[in-house]
Design a protein around this ligand. Structure first.
Ligand code: NAD
Ligand code: DAU
Length: 339
């Protein structure tokens, strides 16, 4: 079996490659990644020299490159992780989000159709459902919740999902979609909440909490997301959407305090800053469908996952210190300097 994994030099894609390597070592993996600021070859070092693994640097929105790649490799399965993934960057400049997330998906769908892949899986997000009010803890996102996006990022991901639905229905393509809640774990780029707070706390820098810190996210350990995608590829039904989440809702401020607690750093580092524009209040996944259909359940409790994650960042300082000392510094200054 030959699997083409896009965005594999990023956070979840790389974790998925490691997961598949363990679970199905006989699978041939081709990782396609443009290596944007978020892609990191060092992450892939453990698999780069392995047999049945190949890395190709390319843009998923480059039609010619994708056509040549599909013609040469004829993958059986495509899993599309490649995306611009950070909401704050999408608010600053939406264009690249539409280019990669929408147009890139279309190019991959066209190539998958032309070369007759047996399965195309689109890695989507719970953000396509918009948000839920804080005072209605009884409400959750199900697969039937209407799409109602808030940010240019989520709009681009919803656009890609709609294209997938259209290609599935119009051309009868074997497509599945998954929509997961917030992931955390090793190799997450330090612009995202948890690694950013770990990096800042270790440097005794202020921890910038947006607004009042009461927004709620539903956190899932990255390996549980990988296991869910693997199960969907194996047993999922074509044409279905699968929501992935582990009923683990936390307020941002509580996440930040937990990180400080594990690191033994003072809460006086917390600094409330100007809120994100259009900031979604609460995400909460109802995972009943994937549990009932495929038997998926998360394996990692938040208390264990967050300890493991903080320990990983402590033990892998060179991986993220290189990032926070490079061009990321300009981004940080732009995003947080006058906030
Ligand atoms: P990430 O930003 O860490 O990684 C994205 C990867 O895609 C990088 O390696 C980057 O170089 C690559 N890439 C970007 N543009 C590309 C292009 N045009 N062509 C080829 N490669 C390109 O993102 P992530 O957090 O690992 O997210 C992966 C996927 O999962 C995304 O589709 C995202 O929408 C989705 N998702 C993320 C989360 C989360 O909490 N991080 C939750 C649900 C869904
Ligand atoms: O829900 C899935 C989504 O989760 C994915 O689709 C996205 O790719 C991923 O980035 C993530 O989006 P969020 O916007 O929820 O993640 P982020 O880590 O950027 O922020 C989490 C929460 O923390 C959010 O409410 C904003 C807040 N926050 C974030 C940063 C970076 C802060 O308070 N301060 C910060 O500095």
């Amino acid at each position: 079996m030959k699997m083409l994994i896009t965005g594999g030099a990023g956070f979840i894609g790389s974790n998925f490659i490691f997961y598949e390597r363990e679970r199905q070592p006989e699978t041939e993996i081709i990782c396609v990644d443009k290596l944007t600021y978020a892609g990191n070859m060092e992450t892939l070092a453990p698999v780069l020299d392995q047999p049945r693994f190949k890395f190709v640097r390319a843009d998923i929105a480059d039609r010619k490159a994708m056509d040549e790649l599909f013609a040469a490799e004829k993958p059986d399965v495509v899993v599309n992780f490649a995306a611009e993934s950070h909401v704050d960057r999408s608010i600053e400049d939406p264009s690249i989000f539409l280019q990669t997330n929408v147009m890139g998906t279309q190019v991959l769908l066209d190539a998958s159709r032309r070369y007759g892949v047996a399965r195309y899986h689109q890695v989507s997000t719970d953000e396509v459902y918009g948000d839920l009010p804080l005072d209605r803890p009884d409400l959750f996102f199900t697969e039937k919740t209407p799409l109602r996006t808030s940010s240019p990022y989520s709009a681009s991901k919803a656009g890609a999902d709609l294209l997938c639905n259209a290609y599935q229905r119009t051309y009868g393509m074997p497509i599945t979609i998954s929509r997961c809640s917030n992931n955390y774990g090793p190799y997450q780029f330090p612009e995202k909440l948890i690694p950013l707070m770990i990096a800042n706390a270790l440097a005794d820098k202020p921890l910038p909490v947006y607004g009042q810190g009461i927004n709620v996210r539903d956190w899932l350990y990255v390996e549980d997301h990988c296991a869910a995608i693997d199960l969907i590829l194996e047993k999922g039904r074509v044409g279905e959407v699968y929501n992935i989440g582990g009923h683990n809702e936390k307020r941002n401020i509580d996440i930040v305090k937990r990180v400080l607690g594990i690191l033994g750093k003072p809460e006086s580092l917390i600094t409330y800053v100007t809120d994100r524009k259009g900031h979604d209040m609460r995400y909460a996944i109802d995972p009943t469908f994937i549990h009932d259909e495929l038997g998926w359940l998360p394996a990692t409790k938040f208390e264990d996952g967050i300890e493991k994650t903080v320990r990983w960042y402590l033990e892998n300082k060179p991986w993220w210190e290189k990032i926070v000392s490079g061009e990321y510094r300009d981004y940080y200054e732009r995003m947080y300097g006058k906030r």
